[in-house]
Design a protein around this ligand. Structure first.
Ligand code: URA
Length: 203
């Protein structure tokens, strides 16, 4: 069994949060173990909780169309969420839930070793771009410790809002070039504290 499958088994046993009692299935994430890109959303919704798979509802269908716009299939990337259990009534994740789930996400990143992490929505953005505002930084990237971080709106938020939809579609189209030109992205200085490590640039 692969290290990632073993990790998923551990995640399935996790009961750190109260919402673990409410879940139908845990949703660890899925995709290529050697993926170059990880997409990280917020939390499972109704459909994801039923199936144990990330982004399988309406937002997921939109994400698949966005991936197709850059000639990618979901099996070629890794898709995960900041938290692995569905919050009741699709409420926002609580800080304690994000904190409890953080080691799972960190372990996934360590095993997959993606070249690029794409954050989908505010909660995922906050994990990698602390203190930033999504309307200001969507479509921008930074490179830190050899990973390119790229912030996008959440597909569920963008799906039905004309201007956000245009933004998310345009942001997605920047990904191939960013990956290809990864070496040209200036490396942030590791000695500076995290808040200053954000080496933002417009693509
Ligand atoms: N929204 C998310 O953030 N994640 C999912 O898996 C589904 C919808």
């Amino acid at each position: 069994m692969s290290a990632l499958s073993e990790l998923n088994q551990q995640i399935a046993l996790c009961r750190k949060c109260d919402i673990a009692k409410l879940r139908t299935k845990v949703v660890p994430g899925e995709g290529a173990e050697s993926a170059d890109i990880m997409f990280i959303g917020e939390a499972p919704g109704f459909n994801e909780d039923q199936q144990g798979r990330p982004f399988v509802g309406q937002a997921g269908q939109f994400l698949e169309r966005l991936l197709a716009s850059i000639n990618l299939k979901r099996e070629q990337v890794f898709i995960a969420n900041v938290i692995k259990c569905r919050p009741p009534d699709n409420r926002d994740p609580l800080p304690t839930e994000i904190h409890n789930c953080r080691p799972w996400l960190d372990s996934q990143v360590e095993l997959i070793k993606p070249k690029m992490i794409v954050t989908l929505g505010r909660y995922s953005m906050a994990r990698y771009f602390p203190g930033k505002t999504i309307s200001k930084i969507h479509g921008t990237a930074l490179k830190q410790n050899n990973i390119i971080y790229f912030a996008m709106y959440h597909p569920a938020a963008a799906l039905h809002q004309g201007s956000l939809r245009k933004d998310i579609e345009a942001d997605m189209l920047k990904i191939p070039k960013l990956l290809a030109e990864a070496v040209k992205v200036e490396e942030a200085k590791p000695s500076t504290p995290p808040a200053q490590q954000l080496n933002m640039f417009e693509v």
